[in-house]
Design a protein around this ligand. Structure first.
Ligand code: MG
Length: 147
């Protein structure tokens, strides 16, 4: 990296880039007089890598939705384990039946899936197709529909 005056010379892959020292505006530099838009504000002054990572591209909202979806998927797994251990109609120490607790966690997870669609991470049509494919596989490879 060559720091000359108000600009850095960066080498982003095979493309030489000049970047403004401060990123108070909406760009991080220019290449052949074309503006290079920033992914995140002031990322460069913090001393972080100038290489764009997946986490730089993924905006914070989507990241948060994915993290909470991950948590909720884990809570569904945990509640299913409780249903096996104590019975689906067994009662949690709180007095709530495990069936209702499982219902709550499945609802939490389904909401997060809805939010992934609303955020444009997933598509409703893609999910619908995936559900049909899974149903077809279950017809073939499980006894769920054998009656
Ligand atoms: Mg939950």
């Amino acid at each position: 990296m060559d720091n000359t005056g108000d600009f850095y010379s960066l080498n982003m892959g095979s493309i030489p880039v000049r970047r403004a020292n401060k990123c108070e505006c909406d760009e991080i530099g220019n290449h052949s007089r074309l503006k290079i838009c920033r992914f995140r504000a002031c990322r460069f002054e913090s001393g972080h890598s100038h290489h764009t990572t997946h986490m730089d591209i993924m905006n914070e909202r989507i990241r948060e939705i994915l993290i909470i979806t991950q948590e909720e998927a884990g809570e569904v797994i945990q509640e299913i384990a409780k249903c096996f251990r104590f019975g689906i109609d067994g009662t949690h120490k709180s007095g709530i039946p495990h069936r209702l607790m499982l219902e709550q966690e499945v609802g939490d997870l389904m909401l997060m899936c809805d939010l992934l669609v609303e955020a444009g991470v997933l598509t409703q049509s893609g999910i619908t197709e995936a559900k049909q494919r899974k149903r077809d596989k279950l017809h073939q490879w499980s006894n769920i529909f054998s009656d």
